[in-house]
Design a protein around this ligand. Structure first.
Ligand code: SAM
Length: 240
């Protein structure tokens, strides 16, 4: 029996208008679409974006992943879910794993993919890039992320230790993802490391309840929420 093809599909940050043509084409072609949700989560954002795609007739399967700090729980969920994907591929069905933003940036997809490949080394895989959350936020604010010789740092900022990330010293622009814990420490780290340019906080960009706030003091007053990020620039924008 011929194996199915696995597509890792980035569906963008949540606004269906930010799906790529390639993503739509694949979602309309496969037989099964997997999407991910957390064990304690009420919603599945990638799944709701897929729901908006006219012409997607695929069977939908939501896979539950552990977000626990214990790596063992997470590993177990990756392996169990990989087995479910492999079952479908062994039936010869093409399937997509839909993931928010881009599939290769802090995504469950990469962990799942490793395990799928362990179980089925001969499987054909195609990854479809997606518009990232921070690209969408920069675009919404017409904010250049980097110009000329500037560098961009990407920091997963959910741990206290993240404030010691060397990119706070080196990057001209930092993107802080997962800003749902230790927000005050992060904002202090930005101030102490000389980020005096634009600072934008965004949550649920492209989704119901979207929030966009500018300036460190205003951001400090916003409650912490999972689907949020901060973009901070070291220098104020000037005409070059
Ligand atoms: C597991 S990472 C996924 C990143 C994603 N693969 C990407 O390319 O943007 C989850 C983090 O991405 C950011 N994020 C994803 N979608 C977002 C949205 N619609 N609005 C704001 N932040 C978002 C948040 O920082 C969130 O904590």
């Amino acid at each position: 029996m011929k194996l199915g093809i696995l597509y890792g599909v980035g569906v963008g940050p949540g606004d269906p208008g930010l799906l790529t043509l390639r993503a739509v084409e694949v979602l309309c072609r496969v037989q099964v679409v997997f999407s991910a949700t957390g064990a304690h989560s009420q919603d599945c954002i990638s799944g709701s974006v897929v729901d908006t795609v006219p012409g997607c007739q695929a069977e939908r399967v939501t896979l539950v992943f552990s977000m626990a700090r214990e790596m063992e729980d997470r590993r177990q969920a990756w392996s169990e879910n990989a087995e479910k994907v492999v079952d479908v591929l062994r039936q010869g069905k093409d399937c997509a794993f839909a993931t928010i933003g881009d599939p290769l940036i802090y995504s469950t997809y990469t962990y799942l993919l490793r395990r799928v490949r362990e179980l089925l080394p001969e499987v054909r895989v195609e990854t479809i890039p997606g518009i990232t959350s921070f690209q969408a936020v920069a675009a919404r604010n017409n904010l250049p992320l980097v110009e000329d010789r500037e560098t961009l740092g990407l920091i997963p900022a959910w741990t206290r230790e993240s404030v010691h990330d060397p990119q706070f010293h080196s990057a001209d622009t930092v993107v802080l993802l997962k800003t749902y814990h230790h927000r005050r420490e992060i904002l202090t780290a930005l101030q102490e490391n000389g980020f005096v340019g634009e600072c934008i906080y965004a949550s649920r960009v492209g989704l119901a309840g979207e929030e966009m706030v500018s300036g460190i003091d205003a951001i400090a007053r916003i409650p912490e929420t999972y689907l949020s990020l901060i973009i901070a620039k070291r220098q104020p924008e000037k005409v070059k």
